[in-house]
Design a protein around this ligand. Structure first.
Ligand code: SAH
Length: 282
């Protein structure tokens, strides 16, 4: 079947990458997998001997072909639909296995952000029934940001938001040529393990705002980016109090630093008109 561009269809054809994905998923008896974008079923095929699979595929022709291809598999549920709008609940209730506790997928890259939010939730609303792990193929630039350590050039707002919700580790590099047709970008396999961050953030909205403002100009020091919230000198004193370098750029603060900054009562969003401007700009 010719790949459809509008659905981000790129068939993975590297045996090595498939093996690494399966190894990273570390499937154990009792696990159940959610696969997003099963495509031609090349990954599904390797998952099925290890665990029951719920596979969601938006493309009607592919879904039909999957049903045909796996007609004798008893531990597979194929759902045709858009992962972002499909309500899985009524289908899962009929599936004679446990609910999926792991996600393993070569996802469509054009909706990576939305898929991450669907699976992890957000800082304000973490997924109340978190998955044990997510093993995902993502565009390399995104994978680098997800797994970046503070101090790294790629550590940004996405890193803070996702790392607050999950630990993230790179598994392996997958070159564009490992797909047919090759996408314009290289890829990486990443593994995310949702966890509740401790200490928790008192005011998620405040943290989101600080992160957004803090990273608004990457070259500036954090206290400059937050100037609209608080006088630079005051902010530098607060940073110093928290054991953070007052001259730091946003990318140098780890998730714990961001949480500490957000949890200090010395910064109050209500005092600032900058926040309103930021919100109306969205
Ligand atoms: N896992 C397959 C295909 C990956 S390509 C393989 O490795 O060969 C991404 C797949 O996601 C495609 O099959 C595409 O049709 C599907 N897809 C795209 N948007 C989707 C959506 N919103 N919901 C579910 N599946 C989607």
């Amino acid at each position: 079947m010719p790949p459809r561009k509008q659905f981000g269809q790129h068939w993975l054809r590297s045996d090595r990458a498939l093996q690494q994905i399966i190894a990273a998923a570390d499937l154990q008896p009792g696990d159940c997998v959610l696969e997003i974008g099963a495509g031609t079923g090349i990954l599904t095929e390797r998952l099925l001997p290890l665990a029951p699979v719920v596979a969601v595929e938006i493309d009607r022709d592919l879904s039909k072909a999957l049903v045909q291809k796996f007609r004798s598999a008893e531990n597979l549920l194929i759902l045709e639909g858009d992962i972002l709008s499909l309500n899985l609940e009524p289908y899962l209730a009929q599936f004679p296995f446990r609910r999926p506790n792991k996600v393993v997928a070569n996802i469509p890259y054009y909706i990576t952000g939305a898929i991450l939010e669907l699976l992890l939730g957000s800082i304000a609303h973490p997924n109340p029934t978190p998955f044990t792990s997510l093993v995902l193929l993502v565009q390399k630039e995104v994978g680098d940001r997800l797994c970046a350590k503070p101090g790294n050039r790629t550590f940004g707002a996405l890193s803070v938001r996702v790392q607050y919700l999950a630990t993230c580790e790179p598994i392996c590099f997958v070159p564009a040529k490992a797909f047919y047709p090759p996408p314009k970008v290289d890829s990486v396999v990443v593994r995310l393990q949702p966890r509740s961050f401790s200490p928790t953030v008192d005011n998620p909205h405040k943290l989101e705002t600080l992160v957004k403002l803090g990273f608004s100009s990457k070259r500036k020091m954090l206290h400059n980016n937050l100037k609209s919230l608080l006088d630079s000198a005051e902010l530098m004193a607060i940073l110093e109090n928290l054991g953070i370098n007052p001259q730091a750029r946003a990318e140098e603060l780890g998730v714990a630093d961001w949480v500490a900054l957000s949890n200090t009562s010395d910064i109050r969003l209500e005092d600032s008109s900058a926040v309103e401007t930021l919100e109306t700009a969205e």
